[in-house]
Design a binder for this molecule. Structure first.
Ligand SMILES: [Zn+2]
Length: 120
């Protein structure tokens, strides 16, 4: 498609899109393939048909944006759930009274025995 150029509107016969046969309208852009088809005229393609072709090839930037937004929404939802879990953990830690003594450290028998033999 190296020969395709964008034009303001399809000036040569038949003056319509070769695919959808639509004529010039302000909401479309026009592409001239520079190909003349015998008895049919110049092979123009309108932007609507280009977008349809792009959809078929998964090349539509709008669709890619929609896909990206959907992916981000999934990640955002995952993040919200993770935050909720973290918040609940924070509440659980808050319920613990970390300032009160848990109990005295009791030396093991081995250390106790070593201290007793050292004091003798
Ligand atoms: Zn068209």
């Amino acid at each position: 498609m190296g020969g395709v150029i964008e034009v303001d509107y399809p000036v040569m016969s038949p003056g319509t899109c070769f695919i959808c046969t639509g004529g010039p309208s302000p909401d479309r852009r026009w592409f001239d393939t520079l190909i003349d088809v015998w008895k049919k005229g110049r092979f123009y393609i309108c932007s609507m048909c280009v977008e349809n072709l792009a959809d078929l090839l998964d090349l539509n930037p709008n669709q890619q944006l929609v896909d990206k937004i959907e992916q981000m929404e999934v990640e955002n939802e995952r993040g919200k759930r993770a935050l909720a879990v973290l918040s609940s953990l924070r509440v659980d830690f808050g319920a613990l009274d970390l300032d009160s003594p848990v109990g005295e450290v009791v030396p093991t028998e081995g250390i106790k025995g070593a201290k007793e033999s050292a004091s003798k």
